[in-house]
Design a protein around this ligand. Structure first.
Ligand SMILES: [Cu+2]
Length: 152
């Protein structure tokens, strides 16, 4: 009986104490982007941008699109295995859950730059803008890196 009473009391405290507080500070995402990079590429060719998107907020968000002056067309892509073949395909959006890191990496999700307006050269910095459903526009600076490309 005492246990039930204290449980009820705790519930009342929660309802009258914490719920109004939660409403006053409405849930929201908090997006930061780090480690953005790209690979060298030729003018008119394709490039890819990789990064880590961190959501330190209390609400999930969704990456809807990306834009940049660097290419004619920019799409969100992922790579999946089909019959032992790596296949690249465009995706509508990318979920960015609260309290999690969402990684774009070679062999996985990437921002696809199609028909580059100019060559991407090592050490150059590309400016992109990510568009999130809730956080809105988030600017990203991606450095062009040679790492992992012995051919370059
Ligand atoms: Cu791609």
């Amino acid at each position: 009986m005492t246990k039930i009473r204290s449980l009820t009391f705790a519930l009342i405290l929660t309802l009258f104490g914490l719920v109004p507080l939660a409403n006053a500070y409405a849930d929201s995402p908090s997006i930061t982007v780090s480690d953005a990079f790209s690979r060298p590429a030729i003018k008119g060719g394709s490039g890819a941008v990789f990064m880590v998107i961190q959501n330190d907020g209390t609400e999930g968000d969704v990456l809807l699109s990306a834009k940049s002056d660097v290419a004619q067309t920019i799409e969100l892509h992922t790579i999946t295995m089909k019959n032992d073949m790596m296949q690249m395909r465009s995706i509508e959006s990318v979920d960015v859950p609260a309290g999690q890191k969402t990684a774009f990496f070679p062999g996985g999700m990437h921002i696809m730059l199609i028909n580059l307006n100019h060559a991407l050269k090592a050490d150059e910095v590309i400016n992109l803008t990510l568009n999130f459903e809730k956080a809105g526009e988030v600017p990203v600076r991606a450095q062009v890196q040679n790492i992992g490309h012995p051919a370059n």
